[in-house]
Write a protein that binds this ligand. Structure first.
Ligand code: NAD
Length: 367
């Protein structure tokens, strides 16, 4: 019996197609290396609404709390667009994030050499890029109180949101980022606006205090506006960036687009460590359910496959297996295989299943 449990939630649109290729990669690891995963599959989003009338069943939520990791495809689509906000497909995703208390969102921006020409920046600036943005996900401006729109006596209206962080929220996400930096290049850049925001001053002070516990990590600080400029000027200067919810939202999208296509981008959301040093975790591609190409066999499965590679690295402590998956993707791209979203002149156009075939063939070759 394997002690590696995984809950797969394919979701809607291209989710099931892309996740089908991940299942093949999981099976390949199981067959070859006898590192089987105890995989359960369940419904989320529109698929759960169709089956149960709600976007996430309580039983599914309970299973998500028990497993080592959740792997989610994508949710949503036109079929469910007119439903009330409280039962829209996205609510299933938000419930998972909230109840699993996933406070650290990891968004890697990796640029495979073969795709460097698809970036909006010059090839030499992005080829080989490998940075990780850690965004605080459950606090800050998007959740802070007071918030709302009020009518003023003078007839004007006022919109208010509050940037608020307590020390424990800063410390737990900063710890996750320090630990990541230890596993990567050993450099962490903490980003805020301490020059104009008190919450930024507190953020900088708390992160600085932690640095003595991680002597092998080189800590630096940067203002968020400068960080945005540096990301497009010289992105390879960064290893791990840690920042709050609002700045992280903007900076991670900016960094992601340095790398080419939505179909290539994985992510992870991590919760607190338990007494066995295990974190609750959910892995998912950055892209949505792509209804425009769903069911046509055109979806790029790489973002889902790389999300699984992140699970291998961060939930199952299998860095060699994660490296092997990432290398297989890199080799397939170098040999010119492309799904439609990353197609370039002179390359070989393949569909979802063929992309899975070629990645598995590369894994076999390297084994
Ligand atoms: P989207 O990411 O689904 O698609 C944007 C564009 O990118 C489309 O043209 C699509 O064909 C293309 N694309 C995305 N992923 C691709 C892939 N793997 N391979 C090839 N092409 C790909 O964003 P959208 O169109 O704004 O949203 C569609 C639906 O997805 C909506 O219902 C939205 O609410 C939902 N959505 C879900 C998530 C999520 O589940 N995390 C995230 C974003 C959007």
């Amino acid at each position: 019996m394997s002690n590696r449990s995984l809950l797969v939630l394919p979701g809607d649109g291209i989710g099931p197609e892309a996740m089908g290729q991940v299942s093949r990669v999981i099976d390949w690891f199981g067959d070859r290396q006898s590192v089987s995963f105890d995989v359960q599959e369940d419904l989320v989003g529109g698929a759960a609404i169709d089956a149960h009338g709600i976007p996430l069943h309580d039983d599914t939520m309970a299973r998500a709390q028990e497993v080592d990791a959740v792997l989610l495809g994508a949710v949503g689509g036109p079929k469910w667009d007119d439903l009330d906000f409280s039962i829209k497909p996205e609510r299933g995703l938000l419930r998972l994030r909230k109840e699993m208390e996933l406070f650290a969102n990891l968004r890697p921006a990796m640029c495979f050499d073969a795709l460097a020409d698809a970036s909006s920046l010059k090839r030499e600036l992005v080829a080989g890029l490998d940075i990780m943005i850690v965004r605080e996900l459950t606090g800050g401006t998007y959740f802070g109180e007071p918030r709302g729109i009020t009518d003023l006596p003078n007839g004007e209206r006022r919109g208010v949101n509050t940037q608020v962080y307590d020390t424990h929220e800063i410390i737990r996400v900063a710890r996750a980022a320090f630990e990541l930096a230890q596993k990567r290049g050993g450099r962490l850049c903490s980003v805020e606006k301490a020059n104009v925001m008190e919450s930024g001053v507190l953020w900088r002070e708390e992160v600085t205090k932690l640095a003595s516990e991680y002597p092998d990590v080189e800590l630096s600080h940067m203002y968020a506006d400068n960080c945005a400029m540096q990301l497009v000027r010289e992105p390879k200067q960064f290893d791990v960036i840690v920042t709050d919810n609002l700045f992280g939202d903007l900076l991670s999208d900016c960094a992601a687009m340095l790398t080419g296509s939505l179909g290539m981008l994985p992510s992870a959301s991590l919760g607190a460590e338990d007494e066995n040093k295990k974190r609750k975790a959910m892995y998912e591609p950055v892209h949505g359910s792509a209804p425009d190409i769903a069911g046509q066999g055109k979806a790029n499965p790489i973002a889902c496959i790389l999300s699984y590679a992140m699970a291998l690295r961060y939930s199952y402590d299998m860095p060699d297996a994660a490296d092997a998956v990432e290398k297989a993707v890199e080799d397939v791209l170098s040999e010119g295989y492309r799904t439609g979203d990353i197609m370039q002149p002179g390359m070989k156009l393949v569909g979802t299943t063929e992309m899975g075939d070629t990645i598995i063939a590369k894994l076999k070759q390297a084994a």
